[in-house]
Ligand binder design. Structure first.
Ligand code: MG
Length: 170
């Protein structure tokens, strides 16, 4: 694989996707927040589906290894781990490769709970971790309309795209 820092492609797009099963009992960890409710996302780390998708989108933009290669889900040091660590490592690699974030757009797929009251808080938290402005972060939530695993509240998912550019290229 070509080393991103040695090529001249800019801007570059990155795509991230993740899903987790849901289990009984809250809170739900998502977007760096704990949302009270009846269920939680099941995972080896803190199971923050949005931040996992963000991590893979950033890593994808620089043609880097994915989250599973960097942070294996059978490694003891990743048990219960704060997914902020994953976002920060992806951001560090992006910076080291000579790139900066232009914008990020994300969608959370969840039948419940209502995400709308938390969207702006999640945007602000993520902007803080990414050291960017809030208006570089787009975020919305969709339900599963009662169908498929998301609609039956068996799972939660997130899709994220990012656009990055070589620093100093504008
Ligand atoms: Mg995950």
């Amino acid at each position: 694989m070509q080393t991103p820092s040695t090529n001249r492609i800019s801007p570059r797009v990155g795509l991230g996707y993740d899903s987790h099963r849901l289990g009984a009992g809250g809170p739900l960890r998502i977007g760096g927040m704990n949302i009270d409710g009846d269920f939680h996302a099941i995972g080896h780390s803190d199971a923050d589906v949005l931040w996992h998708a963000v991590t893979d989108a950033i890593l994808g933009a620089i043609a880097g290894p994915d989250i599973g290669r960097l942070f294996p889900d059978d490694a003891a040091e990743n048990a219960g781990r704060d997914s902020g660590d994953f976002v920060r490592e992806a951001t560090r690699r992006m910076t080291d490769a000579g790139y900066e974030l232009l914008n990020l757009d994300a969608v959370i797929l969840a039948q419940k709970p209502k995400m709308a009251p938390h969207i702006d808080a999640m945007r602000a938290i993520l902007a803080g971790v990414l050291a960017c402005d809030v208006d570089q972060i787009g975020l919305k939530a969709k339900t599963g309309e009662g169908v498929d695993a998301v609609g039956r509240s068996e799972a939660i998912a997130a899709r994220v795209v990012v656009l990055v550019q070589r620093r100093g290229s504008d």
